[in-house]
Design a protein around this ligand. Structure first.
Ligand code: EPZ
Length: 416
């Protein structure tokens, strides 16, 4: 199993280009099942998760071609199977996003209960509530969920929590349903907007994406289209924190600034200087950052996917920071690993109290989930000595060429 080794690094300098968003491309690939024609997807990050989602679609009968290094072609003309492979769905929770489009296209779908990283119990009750509201018959057994419906009919669905996945799954099912579907208390993330843009490009009719009420008027069929996914706001935030923790001065290119408002605000509050430049953001942090409090919330609140990275930064900030995780019920597994590096963190339920210390020390640590792994790299950059990170497959799920990108900024990050 490969490891990532991080040595104490000088202040990061240089420019890093952000890749397409993992959490936008996964639902967009799933939505390609809605059309019987060719879809060309651009600015695709070729991550493990994208490979897994592609394998799921191929197992359903879709034809996927990797074009140049960031383009792929998906053709779901001949999908002939409504059952997603058990092992693949267990491996990656996002594969559950094929349920909605399969149900809409084939009238039936059979999927295993989703797996996914360990950040808390990841229920799917809101997804199923939506499919039932559209008239689907849901049965469960032997580790599978089966949904069937001769014809889905639009209806109103209230989400008890603005779940990103549930909003996406229901939106995709509703795209080919009869009549109008209204999703209330919908998730407002930029990735939801990107999915709606993609469905509308295919000839769908989705309105209100990005607000808490999304209206979908079903159509008879959807065509193929070409779509460039939005840049990855979480990857961008990760490199911004890397500049802050090493007191560096970098340019982060290919970002949608509007998607990063809460991250920019928090880093500025901590004393980081952030300026809009030609094709992105300049992030300049000459001083040791100040401690700031963080509370993760659904968009446009501070993103839960940036919580671990901010905790690494707060571990070496001036002062005490309170970090509250409201989205997931077990997203503090990076705390123990940061403690191995000397971090002073106390957990009380959903809150973590972080007493900033002047310097962390490198240690052997483990990536427990995708963003926790990224946080450990950030901590290693600023720590004295050498940090060895195992279970790096978590990191590869969400970050393309992470060691190369850090090396290009002067970061001493190596894969062995
Ligand atoms: C998406 O996961 C992202 N993944 C996650 O990113 C992200 O952390 C999360 O949204 C929140 O922003 C992808 O887009 C592939 P949710 P998802 O459904 O859809 C509860 C990363 O690091 N819930 O919004 O699974 C659930 O328990 C990953 O890139 C229900 O109660 O997240 C959780 O507490 C990690 N019932 C909360 O909602 C349901 O039916 C948020 O989950 C569904 C969810």
């Amino acid at each position: 199993m490969s490891k990532i080794v991080v040595e104490s690094s000088p202040p990061l300098r240089g420019t890093v280009r952000i890749s397409g968003a993992k959490n936008a491309v996964l639902p967009v690939i799933a939505a390609s099942l809605l059309s019987g024609q060719k879809c060309i997807l651009e600015d695709i990050p070729f991550l493990n998760d994208v490979e897994v989602m592609s394998e799921v679609l191929v197992s359903l009968g879709a034809d996927i071609k990797k074009l140049s290094n960031m383009r792929m072609e998906v053709n779901s003309r001949n999908i002939d199977n409504y059952e997603a492979p058990y092992e693949l769905v267990r491996r990656m929770r996002a594969s559950f996003l094929v349920l909605g489009p399969l149900l809409a296209r084939m009238g039936k779908a059979r999927i295993s209960f989703p797996g996914g990283c360990a950040i808390g119990t990841r229920p799917i009750d809101l997804h199923l509530k939506g499919f039932s509201a559209l008239g689907a018959e849901i049965t469960m057994g032997h580790g599978y969920i089966e949904a069937s419906a001769k014809k889905l009919k639009g209806d109103r669905v209230y989400l008890d929590f603005p779940s990103v996945g549930a909003t996406e799954n229901i939106m995709m099912a509703a795209a080919l349903a009869e009549g109008r579907t209204v999703i209330e208390n919908a998730a407002e993330e930029p990735e939801i907007v990107d999915l709606a843009t993609f469905i509308n490009k295919m000839g769908g009719c989705v309105k209100g994406a990005g607000t808490d009420t999304v209206k979908i008027d079903g159509v008879k069929e959807l065509k193929g289209c070409t779509h460039t996914v939005i840049p990855d706001r979480v990857e961008a935030g990760t490199y911004m924190v890397a500049a802050a923790i090493t007191r560096g001065d970098i340019i982060v290119e290919n970002v949608v600034i509007n998607h990063l408002m809460s991250v920019i605000a928090k880093l500025k509050e901590a004393g980081v200087i952030i300026q809009e430049v030609e094709n992105g953001l300049r992030v300049y942090a000459p001083e040791r950052v100040k401690a700031v409090d963080i509370k993760t919330l659904p968009y446009a609140g501070f993103p839960t996917d940036m919580q671990a990275q901010m905790m690494a930064l707060m571990s070496v900030a001036r002062g005490t920071s309170v970090i509250i995780e409201t989205v997931f019920d077990n997203r503090f597994m990076h705390v123990n690993e940061l403690r191995r590096m000397g971090a002073n963190i106390k957990i009380d339920g959903r809150s973590a109290v972080v007493q900033g210390i002047p310097e962390l020390t490198g240690a052997p640590v483990k990536a427990t989930d995708l963003r926790a792994g990224a946080a450990l790299i950030l901590a290693g950059l600023a720590a004295r000595g050498r940090t060895e990170i195992t279970d790096v497959y978590h990191i590869d799920r969400g970050y393309t060429d992470i060691e190369k990108k850090f090396q290009s900024l002067g970061g001493k990050v190596y894969r062995i």
